[in-house]
Write a protein that binds this ligand. Structure first.
Ligand SMILES: Nc1nc2c(ncn2[C@@H]2O[C@H](COP(=O)(O)OP(=O)(O)OP(=O)(O)O)[C@@H](O)[C@H]2O)c(=O)[nH]1
Length: 304
């Protein structure tokens, strides 16, 4: 924490908060992971994997960019959980210095328009066109025509094109963002990439595995809770419960002979060992909690 005190005040140093918004699956988490150079948010091929906002922090000699990752918008699956997800988007955006609106190249939909509608007019919005590595988007004329079209939808402060997955033009994006931030000292220690606890990151890793290994709908009916997290002689002991709605879901998650749950736990443990740079003992088990997604009080207990 000393870093804050010892950081010399550089002239023109910039620092501030940036919200990354966009409809589900446009690549917000992938982008943030590249921006901060470490896996702090989770990614998945399925939509809506980001439930908590995660702060990713990028620091260099001239600026500190603090990213707030927001959950995607959810238009189907209406329940109390999704109402809170949408509420979180507006909350996360209030009070930031810049909004990064991520869209997919050559694909601008009503869901994107919905996101734009939620943005406060007084905050500058940088349009980031992601997935430029894909198909027709590689053709500059096609991409430019698409961008011109999207620019008619909103008064964007600027436009950048990237491929988050391949780390293309991420440095350009960082340079675009710097002058959009106010002058000021670093808000966090320079070596910090996230203000989320190890506990939170452990939970996110397990959630990512659930999305990766279960069918389309199932993970939406699940949540993950860290029951115990202990550090002892360089070993992390982590006990994680997966909460499901029904017995049948429990069966699917555990799999034949416990195989699926074992695979999920093993992969999660390996990711955690890499992230925490230490040995991890991980136990994941399944609990049935009927109707949890509609129980607001329960969501609060989970910190949502
Ligand atoms: N081809 C290509 N795929 C990408 C790119 N960026 C992200 N993806 C893929 O798009 C999918 C969704 O990425 P995420 O980062 O999880 O998207 P998200 O916007 O955070 O999604 P939610 O959490 O649902 O809001 C994943 O399969 C990524 O690998 C890109 O630049 N190019």
């Amino acid at each position: 924490m000393n870093t804050l005190d010892t950081t010399p005040l550089k002239p023109d140093y910039r620092s501030g908060f940036i919200a990354i918004v966009g409809r589900p699956n446009v690549g917000k988490s992938t982008l943030m992971n590249h921006l901060v150079g470490q896996k702090v948010s989770i990614t998945s091929k399925k939509a809506q994997t980001t439930r908590h906002k995660v702060n990713g922090i990028y620091t260099d000699d001239t600026a500190q960019l603090v990213f707030v990752d927001t959950p995607g918008f959810q238009t189907h699956h209406r329940n109390a959980l999704n109402d809170r997800l949408n509420q979180n988007v507006t909350e996360a955006v209030a009070g930031v210095d810049v909004v990064v609106m991520v869209i997919e190249a050559l694909r601008f939909t009503d869901a994107d328009r919905e996101v734009l509608k939620q943005l406060p007019r007084r905050v500058p919005v940088l349009l980031v066109v992601n997935k430029i590595d894909k198909g027709q988007a590689k053709d500059a004329a096609t991409l430019n025509a698409f961008i011109d079209q999207v620019r008619t939808e909103y008064d964007f402060a600027g436009v950048e094109v990237v491929s988050a997955k391949h780390g293309l033009r991420i440095a350009n994006l960082i340079e675009d963002l710097k002058p959009m931030l106010p002058e000021g000292i670093p808000l966090y220690p320079e070596d910090m990439v996230t203000d989320k606890s190890s506990r939170f990151l452990a939970m996110e890793i397990v959630r990512e595995k659930l999305f990766r290994y279960l069918g389309e709908e199932l993970p939406y009916a699940m949540n993950v809770e860290v029951e115990q997290f202990e550090e002892e002689d360089g070993l992390y002991r982590i006990y994680i419960a997966v909460l499901v709605d029904k017995d049948s879901q429990k069966g699917i998650l555990i799999g034949k002979g416990g195989e699926k749950l074992k695979k999920i736990s093993t992969e999660a443990r390996l990711d955690m060992e890499k992230l925490f740079d230490t040995k991890v003992f991980l136990k994941v088990w399944v609990k049935v909690k009927s109707g949890w997604a509609d129980d607001i009080r329960f969501l609060r207990e989970l910190g949502m």
